[in-house]
Design a protein around this ligand. Sequence first.
Ligand code: UTP
Length: 274
Amino acid sequence: MIKKCLFPAAGYGTRFLPATKAIPKEMLPVVNKPLIQYGVEEAIEAGIYTMAVITGRGKRAIEDHFDISYELEHQIKGTSKEYLLTDIRELVNKCTFTYTRQKEMKGLGHAVLTGEPLIGNEPFAVVLADDLCEGENHGVLKQMIELYKKYRCSIVAVMEVEKENIHKYGVVEAKELEKDVFVVSNMVEKPRAEEAPSNLAVIGRYILTPDIFEILKNTKPGKNGEIQLTDALMTQAKTNMVIAYKFKGKRFDCGSVEGFVEATNYFYNKFLGK
Ligand code: UTP
């Protein structure tokens, strides 16, 4: 039903400078796996095998990661370390990766629009790899696809955020439709605490219907002069239904140093089997 997943990965990652000067933020490892691989694994779990990645200058390491490294394969073959490549080999064999470059960083909305030729006229998933998610029972994307089957409209993943942090997020005004499912009537990008319409903040997982592309073409630059996906979703909410889904699981903001360290500690404990 949802066959493609878009990964906007063209941002500069300025919060991680100087680490992100020559390395894409999406390639920073949490324990022993780059952020974007966690996202791809989440998409696979949701039954998606075509990944559409929006890259930019200096992001070539992402393409190399999802390809065969003949030199490495040759070196490691038959040694006791070969098993370390098993998972990524399997992943690369299972999936098709398509890429396009966003030539100017004009915002998340613009990055999504840049992906139109890779997606076409079908509903698709979006993963912001710097939001590292671990679903309860199922991954967040899989949970959202189940919901898409029922409502057939765009869906944004939300989580409850304390007042003092709400200004970092897009925030929804929404009415509960069923447990953890809300119909969006308004969305505000990075509001001041006193202006936030709720405590439900949008995180980096979306299911989008393809009419979003036409809407994005007509969306004027908003906050920071960037084309905001939030603004386009607002337009979509006025004509169609847009749903906010309070997902079951954890989310780490790996775009910030604090969230990245938190994720590292969490996944390191899992790695140790604790
Ligand atoms: P962020 O707001 O986290 O920006 O973008 P950033 O550039 O990655 O990081 P900082 O804030 O400078 O540290 C959210 C997501 O949207 C993508 C980013 O790659 C990230 O996954 N994005 C953003 C684009 O692909 N293109 C853009 O023009 C802007």
